[in-house]
Design a protein around this ligand. Structure first.
Ligand code: FAQ
Length: 330
């Protein structure tokens, strides 16, 4: 991961069929910011990384909603730490996009004007405390399945950011599982609350993996360039296979009567996903899209003074550094 010492080199554009670029990909090497790269590769990465970053910061909202109502001090402290982690993930990702020559303010502008997407999953409401468990277990669980292969992404800064993100997501997933385990082994009312949350979050979690492969315009190219290592459907299946036994351990059911073990394929078969719902949510017609965007824009406006102060401080520090004589070499 690049730190504060990263300075943007001029972007060098090459043809898509450039032999040196292809040789790095073929050898499973990493493309670094200093390397020449095809414009379409750079743009595709900025698209995915920016949407990922936006998802992390918008994703703070559904859980932020329960910080003041967490059932104990311990639960509150854990939830606050988790929501802060998501902000951190956003920072790593915006920083990774900056190494490709993107401007963070421009990316936020694209989010705020609805020209760049964020994950559909964060447009659903968090109605009860059990939703904190369901988000941790299912949403972070899906996030891990999707993001562990991104640790091997061909673009170095994105891959390295993902290593740390995935470690933190593992903790998030376990805390969600533990919340649901406590509820499902509590009173009948608590168990019903846990089951209701799982019923509401299951299908939207499957939709997080994106449209089916035959309707996924970006997958073929992203896989050819080693950005994505698996298709949307492959990762979705991996998530189902991982999650069904966990639901059994929780003593909760998944809301799909067609879930069945297929011994021949070694996979859990699942029912048809209503992808019209996914496309509607992506278009802005989910239950909470308007609320999430309004809150994000307001937070950005109210944070203007922080950005101004940070910029003034950085400018002053740079001027002081320039005025300082170089340190003597012993
Ligand atoms: N929601 O051709 P594809 C988390 C868009 S963060 C909204 O298949 P691609 C952690 C897609 O962008 C969750 N839009 O696209 C957390 C594309 O639009 P475009 C976010 C979606 O890129 C937990 C169009 O549809 N994770 O979980 C969705 O090859 C708790 C066509 O789709 C990432 O971003 C969707 N579900 O595959 C945080 C991971 N699906 O750009 C807080 C990195 C698709 O052409 C709290 N991203 N679209 O206009 C990826 O792996 C990929 O970008 C996919 C989509 C798999 C999301």
């Amino acid at each position: 991961m690049y730190g504060n010492d990263f300075t943007q080199q001029p972007i060098v554009e090459i043809a898509e069929d450039d032999a040196d670029f292809q040789a790095i990909l073929d050898a499973d090497g990493r493309i670094e910011p200093r390397d020449a790269m095809p414009e379409a590769y750079r743009k595709n990465l900025i698209r995915q990384i920016a949407q990922h970053a936006h998802s992390e910061i918008i994703g703070m909202q559904p859980e932020g909603n329960w910080i003041t109502r967490a059932p104990s001090l311990k639960r509150k402290a854990i939830l606050m730490a988790k929501v802060q982690d998501e902000a951190g993930h956003g920072l790593y990702l915006y920083a990774a996009a900056e190494t490709l020559g993107a401007d963070r303010a421009d990316l936020l502008d694209l989010l705020h004007t609805g020209r760049q997407k964020y994950s559909s999953i964060f447009n659903y409401p968090t109605l009860t405390w059990a939703d904190m468990g369901a988000i941790g277990w299912l949403v972070d669980g899906a996030g891990i399945v999707n993001q562990v292969p991104l640790c091997r992404c061909s673009y170095g800064p994105y891959a390295r950011a993902m290593v740390r993100v995935c470690k933190e997501e593992s903790f998030h997933q376990r805390q969600g599982f533990e919340i649901l385990h406590t509820l499902s082994h509590g009173t009948p009312a608590q168990k019903a609350m846990a089951q209701d949350a799982v019923d509401r979050w299951w299908w939207p979690s499957l939709m997080m993996f994106g449209p089916p492969d035959e309707s996924s315009p970006n997958t073929e190219r992203s896989m050819r360039w080693g950005i994505k290592r698996f298709s949307n459907d492959e990762l979705r299946q991996r998530f189902v296979d991982m999650t069904v036994p966990q639901a059994q351990a929780l003593d909760l059911t998944l809301p799909d009567p067609q879930l069945s073990w297929d011994a021949a394929t070694g996979h859990w078969e699942y029912g048809a996903i209503d992808f019209t719902e996914l496309f509607e949510v992506i278009k802005g017609n989910g239950p909470c899209n308007a609320q999430r965007m309004a809150h994000r824009r307001r937070a950005h406006e109210e944070g203007a003074w922080v950005r101004e102060a940070a910029l003034a401080y950085a400018t002053k520090r740079d001027a002081e550094r320039e005025a300082e004589p170089p340190a003597a070499v012993a």
